[in-house]
Design a protein around this ligand. Structure first.
Ligand SMILES: [Zn+2]
Length: 495
């Protein structure tokens, strides 16, 4: 259902910029479009204009300092994002094979969210949603650029990032990232960071932009700790992005054999393998299992380095009164539904990400929240703790009422978009509707009973599917996503 999983168009447009920025040769013979052609941006025009008001509220929360009751001093904030980490790859989320002791311990120390949905299955827009509290559709409509929050573009309305807000409140801010797409010129996510540093292992691959550097968790942690040693001053906001679980799946020793012995007849996790899979080459079940083992190895390596990061920050006596948040920008698919990697994929392996929050001053250890939450809720959660009102663009809702047991059942719904707007999903705690925006076809899955999304119930529970489709189209209309194909007649809407 989805196009080639490798980020081809992104690579081409990004490569165009890289030529300008770094004077690095891109692949010869590629058809490189101008930057403005990278994404189809909605103008608000729709094929179905009958609904203009969302049936569910877009909620912004006033500060609730009386509920959270933070200490008098502003808390430090450590925000860790792990690229391509699916929720079920962690021990804390019930995986009995994965060895992730440090993240598991962090979850035991704080709260683990059992159902967190990303808003976008690719790195830059997912991070932009987390840093603005706004949906990717709103960000695209605001900046009219494929390059996310690129400050060189004139926004149609103001949008403020978490780092900008915290810097304005006296925080020392730093962003340490390990993916080339997060560079200032490509993402604009440097806004508000006093230190914004790329930490990676230079790689020999020159064909694609994203392959010029390979994230290595030890290098990322080293860079973060160097900043702590040289520049950290309380209160601080430190964002650390780890790239390792993202392909290629090439963990260093001993993590390369942690989940299985050396296997000379198996595929490796190199870019060559990734390219063959992306081209549709068949793969055996045993080789899929080998790639998952290597992915787990990358995850365990990252877990070790996050443990080292937090331990050393603690040794520097900079971990007291500190909010620690760990999440992922999206998950990763290993041939589930016949799909690989993450771009364009809305199914659970990519949609569901871990979210762990530790703040011993307020959060009881070992808490679990099973209500549906979203990546756009993270920014408002941080701002509420430091008693700062959310910016106007925010579409999320603070998680504190759920954390503290003041909101038993989430009223939130999650919207999951993808690059081309060919597929859009609306997710509640009980149901997930995926709509094919081109054909009008619907997929409806039971979120409680069908984790694998193997049983499309749209024809059996047509009333539920059509109700959710109406809500989804309402949201699309209000967020500038063109409805390419309006609702079909009820019996025609199920593929
Ligand atoms: Zn990513």
């Amino acid at each position: 259902m989805h196009e080639h999983p490798l980020e081809t168009r992104h690579n081409k447009t990004a490569c165009f910029l890289l030529v300008l920025l770094l004077a690095v040769s891109c692949a010869s013979g590629e058809d490189i479009p101008p930057p403005s052609s990278g994404l189809a941006l909605g103008s608000g025009a729709t094929a179905n204009g009958s609904v203009s008001t969302p049936p569910f509220p877009i909620i912004t929360q006033p500060p609730m300092a009386n509920i959270v009751s933070p200490p008098m001093a502003k808390p430090n904030i450590i925000f860790i994002t792990i690229d391509s980490l699916r929720a079920d790859a962690l021990g804390a989320y019930g995986n009995n094979r994965a060895q992730t002791p440090h993240l598991d311990a962090l979850a035991k120390q704080g709260v683990r969210f059992g159902l967190d949905i990303t808003q976008y299955p690719q790195t830059d827009y997912s991070h932009a949603a987390m840093f603005t509290g706004a949906s990717p559709a709103s960000i695209k409509d605001t900046y009219r650029t494929p390059y996310v929050l690129n400050s060189s573009d004139v926004p149609t309305k103001p949008m403020t990032t978490l780092a900008e807000i915290l810097a304005g409140q006296g925080y020392t801010t730093a962003g340490i990232y390990s993916y080339v797409g997060l560079t200032p010129e490509l993402s604009g996510l440097n806004r508000g960071f006093m230190t914004y540093q790329f930490a990676c292992l230079p790689a020999p691959e020159q064909k694609y932009l994203e392959r010029l550097c390979d994230g290595r968790a030890n290098i990322t942690t080293d860079a973060a700790l160097q900043w702590v040693k040289d520049k950290a001053a309380t209160p601080y906001f430190l964002w650390v992005h780890y790239q390792d679980p993202h392909y290629p799946y090439t963990p260093p020793p001993p993590f390369d054999t942690m989940y299985g012995p050396p296997c000379p007849d198996c595929v490796d996790g190199s870019y060559e393998t990734i390219d063959r899979l992306g081209a549709g080459e068949p793969i055996s079940e045993s080789n899929i299992a080998r790639l998952v083992d290597l992915y787990y190895g990358e995850t365990s390596f990252t877990d070790q380095e996050i443990g080292r990061l937090l331990e050393n920050i603690g040794n520097a006596r900079l971990l007291d009164n500190t909010l620690v948040i760990v999440t992922a920008d999206h998950g990763e698919s290993f041939n589930e539904h016949g799909l690989w990697f993450h771009p364009g994929i809305l199914y659970n392996p990519v949609a569901r990400v871990p979210l762990i929050i530790s703040y011993p001053e307020t959060i009881p250890g070992g808490s679990v929240v099973d209500a549906l939450v979203r990546s756009i809720d993270i920014m408002l959660t941080i701002l509420e703790l430091v008693n700062i009102p959310p910016p106007e663009q925010a579409e999320g809702k603070s998680l504190w009422p759920l954390i503290l047991g003041l909101e038993q059942e989430s009223e939130r719904v999650a919207i999951l978009e993808e690059r081309d707007d060919n597929w859009v999903a609306l997710i509640t705690k009980n149901w997930k509707l995926i709509r094919n925006n081109v054909t009008g076809g619907l997929e409806l899955y039971d979120m409680i009973m069908d984790y694998d999304e193997s049983n499309n119930l749209a024809s059996i529970n047509l009333e539920q599917a059509l109700q959710m489709e109406w809500e989804l189209i309402s949201w699309m209309n209000s967020h500038g996503i063109t409805v390419q194909r309006g609702p079909l007649a009820p019996m025609d809407s199920v593929p």
